[in-house]
Write a protein that binds this ligand. Structure first.
Ligand code: PLP
Length: 404
């Protein structure tokens, strides 16, 4: 049962107006709104349980630590990791990928070794590898795609060489909505003995994810895109891999013993968590994961699929509409251009009608180059969006189109 009205009522911000118009929030790919229970969990911890974690003998510190570690268990359960030792808390997807690039490349790669990424990656899955390329001479190889937005699997297979050391790919494209066949792509990489990092920023909020079923070596995501707070995210890594990697940052928490002669490091996952963690953020994230779990990730996926199909059909009726991303397996991210209207103008005028969409290159400039465009308008759905909001978007676009 998916009852949209009580669900919407859980998100107070959806009831507000902008420019005197009801808010139609279609920028969920950038960040999602927060249900009341998440905000309350955060407030409650600040009011009642705030103390630094892992270091105090006192009551509050122990309670805060229990909450923080219970949140780690919630994340473990949500993605079906084997153990909480495999759940590293970070600031988000970007930091998770940077952590991996900064530890994997120096310890597992030499100059000339290769990382395979794809044409449709977000900058956060390109630039961290480029920084390593500048420092250590590692090389990026790029999986091409067809005009519908499918990665070319034959070309992918051909990219493997004795120099390949890692594959790093998005589960779902934040521009095209393509759901990449990551399970098969992981199988291919493993047949070559190569580990795979999956960027789950755009998949975690929209579908059930089981890291063991995928057999992903690393899986990363951001809390704020899955109805949790900003500033907290996750790096999942298989224990064998995390054990092999050196620490990321140095500081408190990540050590076992420090002396000026020799320092030893803490066990997993704390080896990668220097400094005071965002323990309030992890509480909010856990509450968000509980919230979507209670709705059911399968139910959310089915609801959003139906809404996306409706939106694709309605948008497709608009004269001059060009939708980018026609993969068979696609999520609720729809990028488009209409006639000669500049994406920025369309987005700005929609905003005046209360409709929040994203415009620009969506942090995927190489993909824009591949598509031969500078940017798009992007509508991206969340679990609370409705057909009426899709209708409002279509009516808004029609209105702008007539102005031009
Ligand atoms: N990867 C993808 C596919 C994304 O869509 C995003 C954000 O839009 C990111 C990575 C970066 O996420 P964050 O800014 O939360 O670190």
């Amino acid at each position: 049962m998916y009852d949209i009205n009580p669900i919407r009522a859980d998100f107070p911000i959806l009831g507000r107006t902008v420019y005197g118009k009801p808010l139609v929030y279609l920028d969920n790919g950038a960040t999602t709104q927060k249900p009341r229970c998440v905000v309350e969990a955060i407030t409650n911890e600040y009011y009642n349980t705030n103390a630094n974690v892992h270091r105090g003998v006192h009551f509050l510190s122990q309670q805060a630590t229990e909450l923080h570690e219970a949140s780690r268990e919630t994340v473990r359960r949500f993605i079906n990791a084997r153990s909480t030792t495999e759940i590293v808390f970070t600031r988000g997807t970007t930091e998770s990928i940077n952590l991996l690039a900064a530890t994997f490349c120096p310890s597992q790669m030499q100059a000339g070794d290769e990382v395979i990424v794809s044409t449709m990656e977000h900058h956060s899955n390109i630039v961290p590898w480029q920084l390593q390329a500048m420092q250590r001479g590692i090389v990026l190889r790029v999986i091409p795609m067809d005009d519908q937005g499918n990665l070319l699997q034959d070309e992918y297979e051909r990219l493997f060489s004795p120099k390949t050391k890692l594959v790093s790919i998005a589960h779902v494209s934040n521009v095209l909505g393509t759901v990449n066949p990551v399970r098969e792509m992981i199988r291919t990489a493993h047949a070559h003995g190569i580990p795979v990092l999956v960027d789950g920023a755009q998949s975690i909020p929209h579908m059930p994810v089981d890291v063991q079923a995928l057999d992903a070596d690393f899986y990363v995501f951001s809390g704020h895109k899955v109805y949790g707070p900003t500033g907290v995210g996750v790096l999942y890594g298989k224990e064998d891999w995390l054990d092999k990697l050196p620490p990321y940052q140095g500081g408190g928490e990540m050590i076992q013993h420090v002396s000026f002669e020799r320092t030893t490091f803490n066990e997993l996952p704390f080896k990668f968590e220097a400094g005071t963690p965002d323990y309030i953020g992890t509480t909010g994230l856990a509450r968000a994961l509980d919230y979507v779990s209670a709705l059911g990730m399968d139910n959310i996926a089915a609801y959003e699929h139906e809404l996306t199909q409706y939106a694709l059909q309605r948008l497709g009726e608009i004269p001059g509409m060009r939708i980018f991303g026609r993969a068979k397996e696609r999520g609720g991210v729809i990028s488009f251009l209409v006639g000669n209207i500049h994406h920025f103008d369309l987005g700005t005028l929609l905003d005046r009608l209360g409709i929040a969409v994203r415009t620009g290159h969506h942090c995927a400039q190489p993909l824009m180059t591949r598509l031969g465009i500078e940017g798009t308008v992007r509508a991206s759905f969340g679990l609370y969006n409705t057909r009426e909001e899709v209708d409002a978007l279509v009516a808004g676009i029609e209105r702008v189109r007539k102005m031009f």
